[in-house]
Design a protein. Structure first.
Length: 358
């Protein structure tokens, strides 16, 4: 088969795959979530097998533990986080309005005097911005529902995802062997090496970043609650979850946390400083211990590329697309580096007078 025909075949396969995702995006979420859980837990199942457990017993124990942990966490945390998040949305316009007033009165009113006649325009612009932001958040809820998080979709997510995760985790190694047996023989070793590289990038980032998010979420939630910040638990947990995108969680949590601290504690500089210190400690631990040990620099996924992939796939395929974003981003990164390496070894790069290095 010529290179041109191979390219056409692979382009057709990729095109059909993307089309299938688009057509089935409404039902993909529980299956993609189950696959993600199975992928994350497969190393643990392999380790339990090495300790002498059968694959079925190892899978059953992991599934039961995971379900119990998830249910307990949801029962304990979900109501509190939901209530605090809704209350936070209610007071956020007031927080921003107070910040606007503080800025205009900065320096005994000199900023307002400097703005002069334009101060009402600035105030109107800020008010319109706040109103549009709140409207966007309100409009976001129905749009999430249209992506499969309606009541029926939520029930299917809760019921179907554990079943999918159990069976995929049980048959994971057999599925890998079957896929390996279908590889074209002339390129099997190259594809295996690419798959190993993609797995190394994905495992290094996802599994490491999940632990980073959990630790940061605990640090922020506990720390902000201890210093007495209202909605500190919600802000900390949300910041920990968003930390899956490097730096974004800390930035968002810091901005929201400090704004709430100014709203609640001003002019108590000590309490405001303690809120700042919580994020400083979390960032110090993450930058010096968590990320270097758990994620490292070998994964080759730039934070901007991760952010773009998650937002792009979420816009195209909903929440299921957000789950698919990282595997596809990792695969594209590895394939891009592979393509660049092949290009640098080709006559197209070296020129007609120089052959590829042996």
């Amino acid at each position: 088969m010529t290179i041109q025909r191979q390219f056409v075949v692979w382009a057709l396969v990729i095109g059909l795959f993307v089309l299938g995702l688009w057509l089935l995006k409404g039902i993909l979420l529980p299956f993609v979530a189950g696959m993600a859980i199975a992928y994350l837990l497969d190393p643990l199942a392999d380790r339990l097998e090495r300790y002498g457990l059968s694959r079925l017993l190892a899978t059953a124990l992991i599934t039961i533990f995971f379900l119990v942990f998830t249910v307990v966490a949801m029962i304990l945390l979900l109501p509190v986080v939901y209530n605090q998040s809704m209350a936070l949305l209610d007071i956020m316009p007031g927080v921003i309005q107070r910040g606007q007033t503080y800025l205009l009165e900065l320096g005994d009113g000199r900023l307002a005097e400097l703005l002069g006649a334009r101060a009402p325009d600035v105030e109107k612009a800020i008010s319109d911005s706040v109103g549009n932001s709140v409207k966007w958040l309100v409009d976001l809820l129905p749009s999430l529902g249209s992506q499969g998080l309606q009541f029926v979709g939520l029930i299917s997510l809760i019921v179907v995802t554990p079943v999918v995760a159990f069976y995929l985790l049980l048959d994971w190694d057999r599925m890998v062997e079957r896929i390996d047996g279908l590889l074209p023989r002339d390129h099997a070793e190259t594809i295996r090496q690419l798959a190993r590289d993609i797995n190394a990038v994905l495992a290094g980032f996802v599994r490491g970043q999940v632990i980073v998010c959990l630790v940061l979420g605990v640090i922020y939630a506990v720390g902000l609650s201890l210093v007495g910040l209202r909605f500190g638990l919600a802000v900390g947990i949300i910041a920990g979850i968003i930390s899956f995108i490097p730096y974004l969680g800390t930035i968002v949590g810091f901005v929201v946390g400090v704004a709430l601290a100014l709203f609640q504690f001003w002019p108590d500089y000590v309490s405001i400083g303690l809120v700042v210190a919580v994020f400083a400690v979390g960032q110090f631990i993450e930058g010096n211990f968590l990320s270097p040990k758990l994620v490292g620099n070998r994964v080759g996924l730039h934070p901007v590329w991760v952010m773009f992939a998650i937002f792009a796939f979420a816009a195209l395929f909903g929440f299921a697309g957000a789950l698919l974003a990282l595997p596809i981003a990792a695969a594209l990164g590895v394939l891009t580096r592979f393509g660049i390496a092949r290009y640098r070894a080709s006559q197209l790069y070296l020129g007609s007078g120089t052959g590829p290095e042996s």
